[in-house]
Design a protein around this ligand. Structure first.
Ligand code: GAL
Length: 715
């Protein structure tokens, strides 16, 4: 007995000692494993449970990451503290006084996240930036040029410089609220603190030297960006939910008649014979001949995208086979397949392949994978794989994207679809996030934030109170990853507001003309990790180069400080050459912060300013677009559909300003994965200081442009 007691005591002492060891443990150099140039990983716990990168099946492109400037570990390791308590892993990272933090997923109100507290939790956005959102990506990038990813599928809380520690070396001054004007409700913090309610996690630090290069490294670590098919980058329209095959065909004919572009059409829940919960079986009354319907559309140059949610109806053919692989709860009265299990994936993909993909369906809109809480499984649910309800919630959107991406890849056909929940590791998925919220300004903030987090977002247009609002929304959606009208409920047509008929058509056709520019921008995302929507905060030219003296701090001489102060969220870069400055209803003028270098008006080629804030009067017919000095924009003639595979098409190269400039034009067949076997090309378009133009093939042979002409836009 005494022996037993002393053994127990000894075991307790060892347990307490090791707990103390872990909980007091600061990171040491040896704990950080270098994964690639400028990427370090710190692992806690075992590696056997699901996490975000595993769910996304992210395969880092190490070769490409290593193809960058040598990088040092960007933070003082002594100042990083990683501790483990019985419930949580707690991570503390240092923050400089003036440091700004961006990212952490799809937020709708703010871009600079310093001072915020986020509980990163997959959810439908509810109108407040609190971390509950469609893509609560636990990756942030600092304006100091480094980034941090927390790879864990739990509800992570991030205190982004909002907490002040007693043991800080850099404590804020204490003021007295009664007497000191400097008193602040939120004293300055010098740390980011992260609580991970998990036993396992990876902390991954990225250093690309600049914020943009760090985001590139993060995207490459997740496998690079997606390369959508060309048709995905044209124009898309989602029909009213209960439309029949004839009505959809009539709609497409009307697009043609009106001269509005359309590349893919979305069918909403009414294509199925049951929805909420779903059957994934065509409704025989509305779509009696699905195969014929899809091929009629294809012959018109229009692809079909189908709405779905993952919850299977008791009367569906898939219900029985999927039941053994379903979670304990219903959502919308349907079972929830556990898509971490290969057999469950196979049951769905076999069915989808046979009934939809094989007859020519081009992709899916995957709805309801985000919440709200009432529209999802509770945290009390369990799943056959042992994945917890919490983990499943954080990764479900990733699992579905991976399953569909993989299926289309196996069929050597590219897809481009929609998803309402995503997370870290998603950059390689050809899916764009959307939601039911509808605030135009907040949609633009989300668009900007998507650029920090390896995700894509569409500020879809549904309907509007006025023609002016319709036009302003349409103009912005044409400068986003998916130019889409979602008329599932409203039935709105692009031409529903006759007072802006011409203006709406002009911008939709401009989107079509810009295809070579947009496609090359996505190729840069795919191969180099460069986000297609680039927040201004990611552009190097945005940060003031010279030190500005305090007395001289003025919003014209040093616009950047103003931008940082005011959380710049109403302008962004679309690809590397164009700044987009959306206009919102009622605006008759607006200001634009032009980064270093000269900037020119896209439409006229006129010089507009350099390294300063400018004010412009708005024009109804134009969304303000600014092109960088030396910027080359490759364009084609406007068509109602993007060029077909192997269709030769004339190319116009617009050149702006006076500076030397070059642009890498990418081309491939735009539909298959043959580019992975080398069927693609990169062509360098350039203009030198003497205005000498050049078009030079750098790599590959697939090139479908002909009759190349130059247009010098600036007099
Ligand atoms: C919503 C979705 C809408 C539309 C609708 C159809 O959940 O956000 O875009 O698809 O379902 O029922």
């Amino acid at each position: 007995m005494t022996k037993l007691k002393s053994t127990i005591r000894l075991l307790c002492t060892v347990a307490t000692f090791s707990f103390l060891l872990i909980s007091c443990n600061n990171t040491t150099t040896s704990n950080w494993e270098q994964e690639a140039n400028g990427v370090w990983k710190y692992s806690i716990g075992s590696n056997d449970k699901i996490d975000l990168l595993k769910a996304a099946k992210a395969i880092p492109n190490i070769e490409k990451i290593n193809d960058s400037e040598p990088a040092e570990f960007p933070l003082d390791k002594e100042k990083i503290h990683i501790t483990k308590t019985d419930k949580n892993i707690i991570v503390r990272l240092p923050l400089e006084d003036e440091e700004q933090i961006y990212g952490l997923g799809l937020h709708f109100k703010s871009v600079n996240q310093r001072g915020k507290i986020y509980n990163l939790h997959v959810d439908h956005y509810g109108g407040t930036d609190n971390g509950r959102t469609h893509a609560p990506v636990p990756f942030y990038v600092s304006n100091q040029g480094y980034g941090v990813l927390i790879n864990s599928a739990s509800y992570i809380t991030v205190y982004v410089g909002s907490s002040v520690r007693v043991d800080s070396d850099n404590k804020p001054t204490v003021y007295d609220r009664n007497t000191d004007k400097e008193w602040e409700a939120q004293p300055k913090s010098d740390v980011i603190e992260i609580v991970i309610p998990d036993e396992n996690a990876e902390i991954i630090v990225f250093n690309g030297g600049t914020p943009l290069n760090t985001v590139r490294k993060y995207n490459l670590y997740c496998g690079g960006g997606c390369l959508p098919p060309k048709w995905g980058l044209g124009f898309t329209y989602r029909t009213h939910t209960l439309y029949t095959a004839e009505q959809v065909i009539a709609e497409i004919n009307e697009f043609e008649k009106q001269g509005f572009p359309i590349d893919f059409i979305g069918l909403e829940p009414g294509w199925m014979n049951r929805s909420y919960p779903c059957s994934y079986e065509w409704d025989e009354t509305r779509f009696p001949e699905p195969e014929e319907f899809v091929s009629t559309l294809l012959n018109k140059g229009v692809r079909t995208n189908l709405w779905m949610n993952p919850y299977i109806a008791p009367k569906a053919k898939l219900y029985g086979p999927m039941l053994p692989f379903a979670g304990t709860h219903y959502v919308w009265n349907g079972i929830i397949p556990d898509y971490t299990i290969d057999k469950a994936r196979k049951i769905f993909t076999d069915f989808y392949e046979k009934n939809q993909l094989d007859i020519g369906v081009s992709g899916l809109k995957i709805d309801e994978v985000d919440g709200f809480d009432n529209w999802l499984w509770p945290d009390a649910a369990t799943f056959p794989s042992g994945t917890s309800a919490e983990q499943m919630r954080q990764v479900y959107g990733l699992l579905l994207q991976d399953m569909i991406t993989d299926l289309y890849h196996k069929n050597n056909t590219r897809t481009y679809g929609l998803i309402r929940a995503s997370n870290a590791g998603a950059s390689r998925f050809p899916f764009v996030i959307y939601n039911d919220y509808y605030n135009h300004k907040d949609f633009i903030t989300a668009l900007i934030n998507s650029g920090f987090s390896g995700i894509l977002w569409t500020p879809e247009a549904r309907q509007s109170d006025t023609g002016e609002e319709w036009l302003r929304r349409m103009q912005a959606v044409c400068f986003s990853p998916m130019a889409m009208i979602n008329a599932w409920s409203s039935g709105t047509k692009p031409w529903s507001y006759p007072e802006v008929y011409d203006e709406v058509k002009t911008v939709a056709l401009l989107r079509m003309q810009l295809l070579p520019y947009i496609y090359s921008t996505f190729a840069d995302y795919h191969f180099n990790g460069t986000p297609p929507i680039r927040p201004m905060q990611l552009t190097e030219e945005f940060y003031a180069q010279e030190e500005v003296k305090e007395g001289e701090l003025d919003d014209t001489k040093n616009p950047y400080k103003l931008a940082l102060k005011s959380d710049l969220k109403d302008q962004y870069m679309f690809g590397e050459n164009i700044i987009v400055a959306p206009i919102f209803t009622g605006d008759t003028s607006r200001q634009i912060i032009l980064p270093k270098g000269k900037w020119y008006d896209f439409y006229s080629g006129d010089y507009l300013g350099e390294n300063e804030i400018i004010h412009i009067e708005t024009k109804l017919e134009e969304i303000p677009l600014f092109v960088k000095d030396g910027g080359i924009i490759p364009m084609i003639k406007s068509g109602l559909h993007v060029p077909k595979k192997n269709e030769k098409i004339a190319l116009e190269l617009r050149y702006y300003g006076k500076a030397e400039g070059s642009f890498l034009l990418y081309d491939d067949d735009g539909e298959t994965f043959d580019y992975e076997k080398g069927d693609y090309s990169w062509t360098k378009l350039s203009v030198d200081a003497q205005n000498k133009k050049d078009v030079k093939r750098m790599e590959g042979n697939y090139f479908n442009y002909m009759d190349i002409s130059w247009k010098f836009m600036t007099e």
